[in-house]
Design a protein around this ligand. Structure first.
Ligand code: AMP
Length: 285
């Protein structure tokens, strides 16, 4: 596996592959790998000739009071994990090589970025879209692989790619979880022991709602109440950031569960802000 830190070197390498007719899969990450990241690498490996994993804690997607400096890092371990998945290139740039001091160009999808995580993280998705577009330009991938844990991110990137005619196929992969249901996240390391013990209740609350929908409940207020009641009992240290019922593609808020519906949540638990989601109903044909 080659480790590249210089953006122009990455671009030359990927351009050469492209000119040879090779298919590149891109996996953008912020590192501190867990089995969720590994599932994306495995998917990329089995669906492309060349796999590029990028490891960049992108300052542009962190707000001023967020955890940019504290974000967990372990390059040595990450390098070994990427290598074990047959990754061809691990891109590890410095922030200064990705953003010129007078960087002035942004990619934004405000209609989809304003709700859910965008409510408390107003610049987050502008930073994500901009860095993902830069990574597309540097790696010229045929496919890019993303996790559905960040459902809003996938919806926004799909829309960006459609709107700007970007020739990259966006491949969403399922959420990988701990045995007790907690969605894997690099930020789970922030959890104190008693918080970690409560954290599976986030998912368990969502499963209650899914069960109610399967039993015929269509009322989002009733579903929200049931989740909040469950959390009040099982997740006493959690502070709800949002609990929303939206259309899975447009992310438009739903008044009733009639057709396709997603429930997406963010909960602050100690120092961690954890997100999760569940598809309540698929699109009917
Ligand atoms: P991150 O390093 O947290 O920015 O995540 C990099 C990629 O891994 C994103 O596409 C995430 O959606 C994905 N990812 C993170 N956690 C999980 C998980 N538990 N299951 C599947 N994909 C994940």
């Amino acid at each position: 596996m080659q480790i590249i830190t210089d953006p122009s070197e990455l671009q030359s390498c990927c351009l050469a592959w492209r000119m040879q007719g090779l298919k590149t899969a891109l996996v953008p990450t912020m590192g501190y790998f867990h089995a969720g990241h590994e599932s994306l690498m495995a998917h990329a490996r089995s669906n492309a000739d060349k796999v590029v994993v990028t490891l960049f804690v992108n300052p542009a997607q962190f707000g001023p009071n967020e955890d940019l400096a504290a974000y967990p890092r372990n390059h040595e371990r990450d390098i070994a994990i990427a290598e074990s998945h047959g990754v061809d290139v691990l891109f590890l740039p410095e922030a200064g090589s990705m953003y010129a001091p007078d960087h002035a160009t942004w990619v934004d999808v405000p209609e989809l970025a304003k709700g859910l995580c965008g409510i408390t993280r107003p610049i987050h998705f502008r930073g994500v879209c901009t860095v993902v577009m830069k990574l597309f330009m540097l790696t010229l991938p045929k496919v890019a692989v993303f996790g559905q844990k960040d459902w809003q991110q996938v919806a926004i990137i799909k829309r960006m790619v459609r709107d700007l005619n970007v020739p990259v196929e966006i491949v969403p992969c399922p959420i990988v979880r701990e045995h007790d249901g907690l969605a894997l996240s690099s930020r789970n390391v922030y959890l104190a022991e008693h918080e970690r013990a409560q954290a599976p209740a986030i998912r368990a609350g969502l499963l209650q709602a899914k069960g109610m929908v399967a039993d015929g409940c269509r009322n989002v207020d009733e579903l929200a109440q049931a989740i909040r009641r469950y959390w009040a009992e099982k997740l006493p240290d959690g502070v709800e950031d949002y609990l929303s019922f939206v259309h899975p593609d447009t992310l438009a808020p739903l008044e009733r569960i009639d057709d396709a519906a997603l429930c997406a949540v963010a909960v602050k638990l100690g120092k961690a802000r954890l997100i999760d989601n569940i598809v309540l109903t698929e699109q009917s044909a």
